[in-house]
Design a protein around this ligand. Sequence first.
Ligand code: FAD
Ligand code: FES
Length: 283
Amino acid sequence: MFEIISREIFSDSTKLIIVAAPDIARKAEAGQFVIVRISEEGERIPLTIADYDRDSGTITLVFQEVGKTTIHLGTLKAGEKLVSVTGPLGCASEIRNYGKVICVGGGVGIAPLFPIARELKAAGNYLISIIGARNKSLLFWEDRMRDISDEIIVCTDDGSYGQKGVVTIPLKEKLENGNGTIKRVWAIGPPIMMKYCAATTHEFDTPTVVSLNSIMVDGTGMCGACRIDIGGKTMFSCVDGPEFDGHEVDWNLVLSRQNIYLEEEKEAVGHYCGKKGCKGLGR
Ligand SMILES: Cc1cc2nc3c(=O)[nH]c(=O)nc-3n(C[C@H](O)[C@H](O)[C@H](O)COP(=O)(O)OP(=O)(O)OC[C@H]3O[C@@H](n4cnc5c(N)ncnc54)[C@H](O)[C@@H]3O)c2cc1C
Ligand code: FES
């Protein structure tokens, strides 16, 4: 059993939990994830390790309530336990000194981006961070990102905070003004945001890493649920990723597979919220 040590509420739909998981904290690296099960009968959901503390033996998870299991997870408080936390899974990010890099985080994607950005800064890169959300209430960790960045741009779609507009606008400006000095871009957020970030950087031929949140079951490459197409080759997000070359991803397949279980997911939320009286989806 894995105890929840503390939790923080970022918004109606976004929460953070710190979980005691010493073996995972000891081995975790930026870019990796865990598969969480709340109860014996529960669904297995992948969540990125947003931070880890090897000394206290804890990992930090930040999640958005989008369906039955994440809504349920959001009800758990400090002292309650998760039946299983499996990991660290997936390949670690390729951290090197590239020179000047841009890290783009959208919505809940800011959480998985943070440890990668921190490691890139520690490796000596000049770090430009661009973080964005639909509105001010959905933004979090601006302070953490600011602390590690050489430059930071904050955007909201509705202009309620920072620069008005989507993250691809400052991304394009930075690439245009960078005259080829930007060596690599990381983009983590909703698939549609990653798709457009990759399209933007493609124009400038700037290598771009995205993190694919494919629907997963076993997380070990056995079930095939997280199948994706990278440069015409079938790959599995859980064992070959979750990070991939954004210019090689078949985004149409990623977007269509994301909604493959939509009807079942809606039914599960309806059933759960009917029984528990919760208010429904956070988005
Ligand atoms: C490697 C990896 C790391 C992830 N890290 C995080 C994280 O740090 N924080 C976080 O909030 N979420 C993360 N996700 C997404 C998270 O796993 C899903 O939101 C969760 O499984 C949804 O479960 P549910 O039962 O609450 O919702 P469901 O009822 O299963 O789904 C509800 C809605 O969410 C969408 N959805 C389902 N699975 C995913 C998915 N994998 N990605 C995006 N949308 C999905 C569905 O299309 C549907 O619209 C990650 C996914 C992967 C594969
Ligand atoms: S989750 Fe089963 S193959 Fe990736």
